[in-house]
Design a protein around this ligand. Structure first.
Ligand SMILES: *[C@@H]1O[C@H](CO)[C@@H](O)[C@H](O)[C@H]1NC(C)=O
Ligand SMILES: *[C@@H]1O[C@H](CO)[C@@H](O)[C@H](O)[C@H]1NC(C)=O
Ligand SMILES: *[C@@H]1O[C@H](CO)[C@@H](O)[C@H](O)[C@H]1NC(C)=O
Ligand SMILES: *[C@@H]1O[C@H](CO)[C@@H](O)[C@H](O)[C@H]1NC(C)=O
Length: 317
């Protein structure tokens, strides 16, 4: 059942009680965006198939959410519908191109615009971007201006370098000190990116007016890049590293931290984001509609021989 908590506070000046309703939705459903396949990532390319790596799905399921896959190449009405019915959106990593028509970034554009509109209207709607999804968030926030730096932080696990503002951030402000301790000292964040976002990149496009970063890292050439950021007013978060891989990916030769501490800190990010989704009260109008959208309608395939992922969901475009 949804719990409704009514918070009242006295407006002493005019002597009235103002009541703000805040919702705890313990049935959160999160939309996870699919993406087109890129040739080099899958030799058995079928251009009419899009995919979601199952690790993102399990990551959120493990924190108490159910998942709705969000397809690419749909009408704006479709994305508006989905955002009206789910409690948040995850933009996964991958290697889609931002200028590919009908793909991941076009769908991301529509989702982002609806998410911004809802948040501006006071409807708390969280979005989490991971790796490519982190880069997509700032690309969209910069009105589709490509601003990423080429870099190389691929197949390495790093500790986060916290900046002074991390402890007042939403993402880390309430984190247990043991979580911050592990993240700051141990090689627990899995990096697989060839693009980076630098401080210069966000100031150049004035993104620093609305976004703040909480952690940085250095790539193999010593280039300092932003490894986590959040919107200053709305629940929009980006992680350059992959918390989901620690728990769910095992590809040989890939640096996936699997220590108990690495798992624990990954679960911190999942719990944080699903908790954000619990603050949103959207739902599907009727149960049968919810059921046809849930990811349980699709089989997770064992794809380790042809991808870097243990399991993937595949969808016909
Ligand atoms: C939008 O949602 C309504 C009601 O939930 C549904 O009838 C309609 O088919 C949906 N439209 C699209 C484009 O998904
Ligand atoms: C998107 O859909 C249109 C038809 O609605 C199709 O012609 C086009 O090939 C699709 N694009 C992708 C990238 O699948
Ligand atoms: C983290 O990894 C680097 C190499 O990538 C290594 O030099 C360093 O010793 C590791 N640190 C810890 C605490 O394991
Ligand atoms: C992004 O950052 C890199 C490295 O700091 C820089 O070379 C590049 O010019 C920047 N691009 C923009 C648009 O800020």
């Amino acid at each position: 059942m949804r719990n409704t908590v009514v918070l009242c506070f006295m407006l002493s000046v005019i002597g009235q009680c103002s009541c703000v309703e805040s919702t705890t939705n313990n049935h959160p459903i999160i939309g996870v965006l699919a993406q087109e396949k890129v040739l080099e990532s899958d030799p058995q390319l079928n251009t009419h198939v899009s995919y979601i790596a199952a690790s993102y799905v399990k990551f959120l399921e493990g924190a108490g959410a159910r998942i709705v896959p969000i397809m690419i190449n749909k009408t704006d009405k479709y994305y508006e519908n989905i955002t009206n019915h789910v409690n948040g959106v995850l933009l996964p990593g991958g290697d889609a191109q931002f200028d590919a028509p009908g793909g991941y970034s076009e769908a991301g554009r529509k989702l982002f615009d609806h998410a911004m509109k809802m948040n501006q209207a006071g409807d708390y709607f969280p979005v989490l971007g991971i790796c490519l999804g982190f880069e997509l968030l700032t690309f969209l926030a910069a009105n589709n201006v490509e601003h990423r730096a080429r870099c190389f932080s691929y197949n390495e696990a790093l500790p986060l370098q916290f900046t002074g503002s991390f402890f007042t951030s939403k993402l880390f402000g309430n984190a247990p000190s043991s979580t911050i301790g592990i993240l700051g000292k141990e090689n627990v964040t899995a990096n697989f990116h060839r693009y980076c976002l630098t401080e210069k990149n966000i100031t150049e496009l004035h993104l620093d007016e609305e976004w703040q970063f909480m952690t940085t890292n250095k790539d193999s050439d010593g280039l300092k890049f932003i490894s986590s950021l959040e919107h200053k007013n709305y629940p929009l978060y980006g992680l350059q590293f992959h918390p989901e891989k620690n728990i769910y990916e095992w590809k040989k030769g890939k640096v996936h931290p699997h220590s108990a501490n690495a798992i624990r800190v990954s679960q911190y990010f999942a719990n944080f984001f699903v908790n954000e989704a619990r603050k949103n009260a959207h739902k599907f109008p009727i149960e049968p509609e919810e059921r046809i959208h849930l990811i349980y309608n699709y089989p997770a395939k064992y794809t380790i021989d042809r991808t870097v992922f243990e399991q993937c969901y595949e969808f016909e475009i």
